[in-house]
Design a binder for this molecule. Structure first.
Ligand code: C2E
Ligand code: CA
Ligand code: CA
Length: 247
């Protein structure tokens, strides 16, 4: 792992987030990839859980955060209008508040507006410290996204107690609940309830036009999923978002 990180085998892919109404790209999520010289691309599902067990995850996470900050800085320096990019924070960081200083340092180093670097957190029910850390991030002005809403961990209770700005509707939740009328009603009411308490929404794992149309009819603003685009490398992303200007 250490060697792979040193050797530059970890890289950042970006998956665009789309406005459902206008189909414009309004943001992106950074997702780590391990480009192994012999095994091609290893997806995070295969190594993040292991790195969380042995504690190594801190390093690739920090690598991703720094890569994203330097990219945002590059876009600004090129005179492009940067779009916010979200990064994932492993639950391992939430055991210790050091990661907050890491974010502050990166924002300072790259001279960024905090709203450009969005922070995705999957909160766990059992960690009372996590709640304080999330509050502390919020007080410092960071944009906080509750990841995997509707999955086992992110529950209604979290909405009451922690100051998230945006919730990300979990892809399994969306897929499963879309299958029945009753499920659809639950999604639709979840969306209106979230809006009612002032939260933004991103639907994750949108794979079909039917899902996009349904979400649009529920006034969900933003979607991310294979229907729109898979996660892509940074070069491909830049070509997509900042097409070269006509001469
Ligand atoms: P996540 O944070 O929930 O990220 C969304 C995952 O859903 C990504 O998988 C993305 O490629 C996938 N996805 C997006 N749209 C669709 C769709 O329409 N259909 C389906 N089936 N999948 C879709 P990915 O990149 O393999 O990442 C898996 C998980 O690994 C992430 O889930 C996150 O928990 C973790 N992960 C990824 N990058 C990082 C990272 O930099 N740091 C940490 N700590 N965890 C990461
Ligand atoms: Ca995420
Ligand atoms: Ca998620």
């Amino acid at each position: 792992m250490e060697y792979a990180l040193e050797a530059g085998e970890f890289t950042v892919y970006l998956q665009p987030k789309y406005s459902i109404a206008t189909e414009e790209i309004v943001g992106a999520e950074a997702l780590v990839r391990w480009i192994h010289p012999e095994k091609d691309i290893i997806s995070p599902g295969d190594f993040v859980p292991i790195f969380e067990q042995n504690g190594f995850i801190i390093k690739p996470d920090e690598f991703v955060w720094e890569r994203v900050c330097s990219l945002l800085r590059k876009w600004i320096d090129f005179g492009l209008s940067p779009i916010p990019v979200s990064v994932n924070v492993s639950r391992i960081h939430l055991k210790n508040n050091r990661f907050i200083a890491t974010f502050d340092r990166l924002i300072e180093k790259y001279g960024l507006d905090k709203r450009l670097l969005e922070i995705e957190i999957t909160e766990t029910i059992d960690n009372i410290n996590a709640e304080n850390m999330i509050k502390s991030l919020k007080e410092r002005g960071y944009m906080l996204l509750m990841d995997d809403f509707g999955s086992g961990y992110s529950t209604l209770n979290m909405l009451k107690s922690t100051p998230f700005d945006i919730i990300k509707i979990d892809k399994e939740f969306l897929n499963e609940f879309m299958l029945s009328d009753r499920g659809k009603k639950i999604i639709s009411h979840t969306i209106s309830m979230s809006k009612d308490i002032g939260l933004g929404l991103v639907a994750e794992g949108v794979e079909t036009k039917e899902q996009a149309d349904f979400l649009c009819s529920c006034s969900c603003n933003v979607a991310q999923g294979f229907y729109y685009s898979r996660p892509i490398d940074i070069d491909a992303f830049e070509k997509m978002v900042f097409p070269p200007m006509e001469a």
